[in-house]
Design a protein. Structure first.
Length: 243
C-alpha cells in the first residue's frame, strides 16, 4: 500500500477497501461519492442555487477518480506528485467561481455554494485516497454548514446593527418624509440607491442601507420588527429586507 496509515473505517470494512487495484474498492468509493455528492447537491438545489445535484456529483466523482489514478501512478510508476489531483482541484476552483454573481450593488451571491463545491471536490480526493473517516467527517461538517448553520446565521443577521431594505414608495416626493421618519426611529441611512428597473412602473423604488444607532432600538428590536413597523406607513407600498 502507498499509504501506511490505517483508516479506522477502512479497518472495519477490511484492507481491501484501501487497495487501489481492487475492483470492489473502486466501486465502493464511486458509490459513496455519488451518494454524498447527491445529498449536498440536493440541499443546494432545494435552495435554487446555480450549482445543484449533477454539478456536485460530477465534481466530487471526478476528484475521487483522479486521486485513485494518481495513487496508482505513484505506486506503479514512481510519480512524485499527484499531478492529476492538483489539476482537478484547480479546475473545480475555476468552475466554482462561475457560481458567484455580483449584484448591481456589488454584493456577492453564491459564494457559499462556490466554496461548498470546492470542498466537495476535496472530500472526493480524501475518499479516492481511501481515507473514509476523514471523508465522513468532512461530509457531515459540510452538510451541517450548508443546512443547519444558516438558521443561526439568520438569527445573528436579524439582530445586527446594519441591514438593507428594498423600498417601494407611492411617489418620489415621499422620500424626504421617509428619511425623516427613519431618523426619528433611531436609524441612520448609510446609502440610498434608486432602482432604474422600475422607472416606468409609477412607483419610486430604492435600495436603502440602514444602521441602528439608538441604544434602545439595538436592545429590543430586530430587523423584522422594524420592517413590520415601517409597513404601517401609508405611503410605503412595499418594504422588505434584502438578503
Amino acid at each position: 500500500m502507498f499509504f501506511m496509515i490505517v483508516d479506522p473505517i477502512a479497518k472495519l470494512i477490511g484492507e481491501w477497501s484501501q487497495q487501489i487495484d481492487n475492483i470492489y474498492s473502486i466501486i465502493l468509493k464511486v458509490v459513496i461519492v455519488v451518494i454524498m455528492g447527491a445529498i449536498i447537491g440536493c440541499e443546494r438545489s432545494s435552495k435554487r442555487h446555480a450549482a445543484g445535484l449533477r454539478t456536485f456529483i460530477l465534481a466530487s466523482l471526478a476528484t475521487t477518480i483522479v486521486m485513485m489514478l494518481d495513487i496508482y501512478l505513484m505506486e506503479k510508476y514512481g510519480f512524485k506528485l499527484a499531478i492529476l489531483s492538483i489539476g482537478a482541484i484547480i479546475a473545480v476552483a475555476i468552475l466554482s467561481t462561475n457560481t458567484t454573481l455580483y449584484t448591481s450593488r456589488s454584493q456577492i451571491k453564491g459564494l457559499t455554494t462556490s466554496v461548498g463545491l470546492w470542498l466537495s471536490a476535496i472530500i472526493g480526493l480524501t475518499l479516492g485516497a481511501g481515507f473514509y473517516t476523514i471523508t465522513v467527517i468532512g461530509f457531515i461538517a459540510l452538510l451541517s454548514s450548508l443546512s443547519l448553520f444558516p438558521k443561526f446565521e439568520i438569527y445573528l443577521k436579524n439582530r445586527s446593527n446594519h441591514f438593507e431594505i428594498h423600498l417601494e414608495l407611492k411617489n418620489a416626493k415621499y422620500l424626504q418624509e421617509f428619511v425623516t421618519t427613519i431618523r426619528e426611529l433611531g436609524l441612520r441611512i448609510d446609502d440610498i440607491e434608486s432602482n432604474p428597473a422600475y422607472a416606468n412602473s409609477g412607483l419610486s423604488v430604492y435600495s436603502v442601507s440602514l444602521s441602528i444607532v439608538s441604544k434602545e432600538l439595538k436592545k429590543y428590536k430586530t430587523h423584522t420588527e422594524i420592517i413590520e413597523a415601517l409597513k404601517s406607513i401609508e405611503y410605503i407600498c412595499h418594504i422588505e429586507e434584502m438578503q
